[in-house]
Each structure stands twice: as structure tokens, then as C-alpha cells.
Design a protein around this ligand. Structure first.
Ligand code: GLV
Length: 321
């Protein structure tokens, strides 16, 4: 149905209604204009190119592909123009998009759920193990050519086996992290919206964050939450940077009130707090939890399919937010 050009309206409830379909061979009519706000893999670019006219700016675009690094607010949508019908977020988290503004302009917003669950969970487990087993610290030490020799007490870490893993946010990714951690002998515990987080934090050894960023979860891990944790506990964040009060985290780590942190996301991304860089008991990655080749292609295809659904077929994509 790639060559079917349809007209439709999207009312506030987000359900597209087709009001007419013009079936013209491609080339005879203007192909919908799509803007990519960030570089996408070549395979995805080719797919977009098969169906759309790729344009360099959002101004005048019918569809836009954005990433978590692009803030899509009312001003952005206004600047793009009234012809804009869909914003496809190349991510599952949609905190970068003002959904109210999009909805009131009848703009469909889609995300990429499901296809990044395993990759993100794998990365969270990787961060947990790297932190507990001091893998990055050992790597840095060798690269500095520090003197070393095998010793019973040399660079001793902690095992994940037997530890209580608190999964904050029992969604797809959180549940997968719990399953993988359980296979490694950890005891997963879940903290959902209605649970007493402070009480659960008090007994956790590893706290792994998997909740979306919302007004309720912003600074969920603040100075008080950190103070509730055991000094031997660690925090792992593959969700969104703003779920953690980064300054409070730095203070807790420097005071020895927390044993370590492993972070893929940052409160002021792409800026990473200078103090974190100086701490050896901190593992840092640059927001790459979903960054496997397969996953990034699958995410891209969800964006392409959503753009085709809205701009060519007059359908509401299943991954509409
Ligand atoms: C990445 O951060 C995502 O939300 O998919």
C-alpha cells in the first residue's frame, strides 16, 4: 500500500479517520515530506527514501523522525507548520515530546516499544556486573600501567548472586532485567507506582531504575531516597537521567553513603557531572542501552512503518502513544 495516498484527519482522541484516498502512482503526486532530526542507519534512510521525500528541516515536513536528544515542544511543532501529521520518536521514552501540544494539533506521536527491551535489559545487567565486579576500574588500572599482581585481596568486588535487586518500574524492561538477574542468582523485588519506595530502598543491594520520566518520577531518587539506602548499595540508571538528582547522587557517593553507581543516562545530558568522572566506583556509558545493531534497525523500522501508516495509508499505527 505504499503508493496509496490518503487524506485523513486525526481528532484529539488520536484515532485517525480516513476521509478520502487518492490512489496515484508514486511520482505523480507530491510524496510526503519527511525530516530526520538525527542521523539514522543507512538501511533506515533507504527505507524512508523509498516512500518519502527527505527534507533537511522540520519546516514544511509532513512527518518527522526525532530522537530523545530533540525537544519537541509546542514551539517546535508550530515552527514545523500545520501540515505536520506525525512525529516518530526513535526511542521508547517520550518525555522529550509535549504530548498535549501534539494532541491538540492532531499530530500522531509514535515510539518504539518492545524491540529494545532485551538490548536495554542486557545493558543494565552489563552495567551492574561491571560495577560490582570492578571491570571498568580494572581496565583503567591496566591502561595506566599500574603495578599489580594476583592477590587474595586484590580488586575484590561483589557478586550479584544472592543480592537483593530492586527493580524500580516493573514494565517490560524492568521485568526482563529481573529475569536475567534471577538467572545469575539475584533476588529481584519490584517497586511500582503504589509501593512504598523508601521501605524497599532500605533493604536493596542493587537499585535498578526502569520507570519512564514523568513529573512524578523526576528526582524520584533524591537525597532522601539515597539516604534510605544501605551504604553498601549501588544505583543503576538506564531509564532517564532526571529520575535521579545527580548532585545528590554525587554527594552521597563522595560521602561514602552509597557504594557505587552505574549510569547510562544523565540529568543534564549530554553533559556528565564532572565529579562523576573522577570517581572510581562509578561506571558510565553514553546513553547506549538500546544500541545494538539489530535493535536500532528494528526501532528504525517501527518509525518507518508508523510514517507509512499515517502519511500513505491513513491508518493509526499500533505504536501510537
Ligand atoms: C532510549 O533512551 C529510549 O527511550 O528508547
Amino acid at each position: 500500500m505504499e503508493s496509496a495516498y490518503c487524506r485523513y484527519v486525526v481528532p484529539a482522541d488520536g484515532n485517525a479517520i480516513m476521509i478520502g484516498a487518492a490512489m496515484s502512482p508514486p511520482g505523480e503526486e507530491r510524496r510526503p515530506h519527511v525530516h530526520e532530526a538525527a542521523g539514522v542507519p543507512a538501511e533506515i534512510e533507504q527505507e524512508l527514501d523509498r516512500s518519502f521525500e527527505l527534507v533537511l528541516t522540520p519546516d514544511g515536513a509532513d512527518g518527522i523522525v526525532v530522537t530523545p536528544a530533540v525537544r519537541v515542544d509546542a514551539a517546535y511543532l508550530r515552527a514545523a507548520g500545520p501540515q505536520l501529521r506525525i512525529v516518530a520518536n526513535y526511542a521508547v521514552g517520550i518525555d522529550n515530546i509535549d504530548l498535549g501540544a501534539a494532541r491538540s494539533s492532531g499530530i500522531v506521536v509514535t515510539n518504539t516499544p518492545g524491540v529494545l527491551t532485551n538490548a536495554t535489559a542486557e545493558h543494565a545487567i552489563g552495567l551492574i556486573l561491571a560495577l560490582l565486579r570492578r571491570i571498568c576500574e580494572g581496565d583503567r588500572s591496566l591502561r595506566r600501567r599500574d603495578h599489580w599482581e594476583w592477590g587474595p585481596d586484590f580488586m575484590v568486588g561483589e557478586s550479584l548472586e544472592g543480592k537483593e535487586l530492586l527493580v524500580v518500574g516493573p514494565g517490560r524492561i524492568g521485568r526482563t532485567v529481573a529475569r536475567l538477574a534471577e538467572a545469575l542468582g539475584a533476588r529481584p523485588v519490584f517497586a511500582g507506582r503504589d509501593d512504598d519506595l523508601r521501605a524497599l530502598l532500605a533493604s536493596a543491594d542493587v537499585v535498578s531504575l526502569h520507570c519512564p520520566l514523568t513529573p512524578e518520577t523526576r528526582h524520584l531518587i533524591d537525597a532522601q531516597a539515597l539516604a534510605a539506602m544501605k551504604p553498601t548499595a549501588v544505583v543503576v540508571n538506564t531509564a532517564r537521567g532526571q529520575v535521579v538528582d545527580e548532585q545528590a547522587l554525587v554527594t552521597a557517593l563522595r560521602a561514602g553513603a552509597l557504594a557505587g553507581a552505574a549510569l547510562d543516562v544523565y540529568e543534564f545530558e549530554p553533559v556528565v557531572s564532572e565529579e562523576l568522572l573522577a570517581l572510581d566506583n562509578v561506571v558510565l556509558t553514553p546513553h547506549i542501552a538500546s544500541a545494538t545493531r539489530e535493535t536500532r534497525l528494528a526501532m528504525g523500522m517501527l518509525c518507518v512503518d508508523a510514517l507509512r501508516a499515517v502519511l500513505l495509508e491513513g491508518r493509526t499505527p499500533p505504536n501510537t502513544v
